[in-house]
Design a protein around this ligand. Sequence first.
Ligand code: ZN
Length: 697
Amino acid sequence: MMITESAATATSAVNDDFPYTDERFADLQMLRYQVPGFDQLTLRQKKLVYFLSEAALSGRDILWDQNGRYNLRIRQLLEAVYVDYRGDRSAPDFLAFTTYLKRVWFSNGIHHHYGSDKFQPGFSPDFLRQAVSSVDPTLLPLPDTSAGVPPTPQAIDALCDLLFPIIFDPSVLPKRTNQTDGQDLIQTSAANYYGPDVTQAEAEAFYLRLKEAAPDPAHPVMFGMNSRLVKKDGLLTEQVWRSGGLYGKAIDHIIYWLQQAHDVAENELQAKVIELLVDFYRSGDLSTFDEYTIHWVEETAGRVDFTNGFTESYGDPLGLKASWEGFANFKDLAATARTETLSANAQWFEDHSPVDPRFKKDNCRGVTAKVIVAAMLGGDLYPSSAIGINLPNSNWVRAEHGSKSVTIGNLTDAYNKAARGNGFQEEFVIDDTTRKLIRDYGDVCDDLHTDLHECLGHGSGRLLPGVDADSLKAYGSAIEEARADLFGLYYIADPKLVELGLTPDAEAYKSQYYTYLMNGLMTQLVRIEPGHIIEEAHMRNRALIAQWVLAHATSPQATGNNRQTATSSTGNLAAVALVRREGKTYVQVNDYPALRALFGQLLAEVQRIRSEGDFEAARQLIETYAVSVDAELHQEVLQRYRALNLAPYKGFINPEYVVQRDSLGTITDITIRYGEAYDHQMLRYSRDYHFLPLVND
Ligand code: ZN
C-alpha cells in the first residue's frame, strides 16, 4: 500500500539553498530531493545503497512494457527524434513534441500516470512522420538496425503505420487501466498484463480455479502477481516474469546487482532476505516470494533497506498483477528517535487523554514507524513517488508477521520546501502574524502531527467487549482517521511535548491548528470537482473535524451566519470563524486554547462512537459535517487556487552516485551528485538500463 499525500516526517540537516524545484511542463512539476546522511554512512553501507540503487534502476523497461505493449518502441522512436531532429527546434510542433515526450517519460508510457487516460499529442502526424524520416535511421526502433543494415524507407513507413494510431488515434487504447463497472476491464485496458485476446471472465475464472485448488487456503500465495496471462493454442497460460522467462533479460541485471548487495549486507538476516529475493527472481515461485517478504518484515536491524520487485497492483484492473518497482533507502536516525520517544510514552498519552476511562487501553504500546531517507527511486516509484509505504501486501503475511510502515522524510521535505514561495500561504492565510507562525513552526508541527497520528492515535483506545470492529461500516474509515487526527491535534498543544523536546516551545502548536482548520474548511476543496461532494476518507475526516469545531466554536446563543462575522451575536469572539476581507474568505482563529478544548471534546465523542460501535452517531456526524460542500465557497477557493497556477502533480529527478575506485578497481568511496537535467536523466536511463527487447511476447 502506498500513502501518496498528507504530511510524513521530515529529516534534519538539509541544505536550504538546495534547488528543490526544477522544470515545469503540462500538469507536472519536477522536484529534486536531497539524500541527507549519506556522507555519514560507512563505506560498506554506501556500497549497499549503491548496489541496491542500481538494482532499483535495472527493471525500468519492465514497467514500461507492463504499462503498454507499444511503450518501448514509442519511447525509442520519440527519443530518436528528440536527440537527432535537425529541423527548427523552436517551432511550435517541436515544442509540443518535447512536452509530449516529457509526459511520456514521466508516466513510463503513453497514458497519464494518475488518471490513466492516453495523452493527446499537440503536434500533427505529418510533423512526426517527416521528423522520423529525417533522423539517423539506426536510432529508430527497427529490428534490422542492430545488424548494421540501414533500414529501408518502406520499413520506416511501416513503423509509422504501426505506431501512429497508438499515439494519435484517441479511440485506440484510450485508457491504461479502465475501472468502469459493467465493461470488460481487461479488453478495455491498455495495460499489458493480459494477452490481447483474453477476456475478463476468462481471467477471473482462471484465477478462481487456482485459488480453489490452493493446498493451504489459510496461506494463499498471491496468484497471478508475477505473470502475464495469455492464450496459447486456445488455452490460458501464464508467462512468468523471471530469469529465463518473460522480462528475464532485465531480471538478470537486477539479480547481478542484488548479488553485489548480498556480499556487503549489514547482517545475516539481511543477506538471507536478498538471497530469497534472488531465488524468487530465478524461479518465479510465489511461495518463495512469501518467504522473502516474511524475512524482509523481520529484518529491522539494518540501517539500509529496499523494496525491489513486483509490488503494487493498482495498474491491473483486476488488482492481481503487480507493477515492477525499485527503491533503495536508509533509516533517518534522528527522525526515528522522535517516533521512538512517542512510542515509549504511549501509556502516558493514553492515560491523560480526554476520553472516557472505559474506552482506554490499560496496556498501550505505540507503533514505531520508521522514518527513512530515499536514496534511489525506480520503476513505478519514479518519477512520481509515494511518501509513505506499508508492505507487504499479502493479508495473511501481514496478519501473522506484521508489516513495515515507513515514511519517506526527504521526499516530504522536498515537497514542503518546494511549496515555499509558491504564493499559496500568501493567498489563503489571513495575516502576516499567522504566516510567520507557519513559517517558524509549520514543518516541525506537520511532522509531529503525523507521528502522533501514526504512532499513537490509531493504536489508542479500545472497543467495548462484544463490539464488532466493522460496526461503523462505510463510515468506519473516516471515523478512524478522525480519531487518529484528533488524538494528534489534542496532544500537539500539550506541555508534555515541550518537555519531551519534541516541540520547540508552547506556541508551536498554533501553526498546526491554523493550517489544519484552513485545510479542512477551505483549501482541501481544490481537489474536489465543482458540484461534487467529499468522498475520500481522509478528506471527510478533515472536513468533519474542521466543520464541527467551526459550528461549536460560536457560543450556543449565537445566531446568524458565522461566515460573515467573527463575533457571535452576544458579542463574544468565537474561537474560530470564517471571515470576509476584501471579497475573500479567510479562517480567523481568536482563541487557540479554546480550540484545544473543542478537539478534546470531539475526540471523546469519536472514541465513544468507535468503542460502542454507534453506527447511527457516526452516520449523523459524517453526514452533517463531512460530506457536503458550500458551493459558493468552493468556487471561490478554486478560483483563487487556479490563479496561483500550481502544478497538480509532482515527481522527482534522482541523484547520481559517483563511484571512486583505486588503481586496482576497488571502490574507495561513493559520493552524490545532484543537478542532472530531467531529459538527460531519462536519456541516460534509456541508454544504460535498456535491457529488454522492444517487443516482449
Ligand atoms: Zn491514519
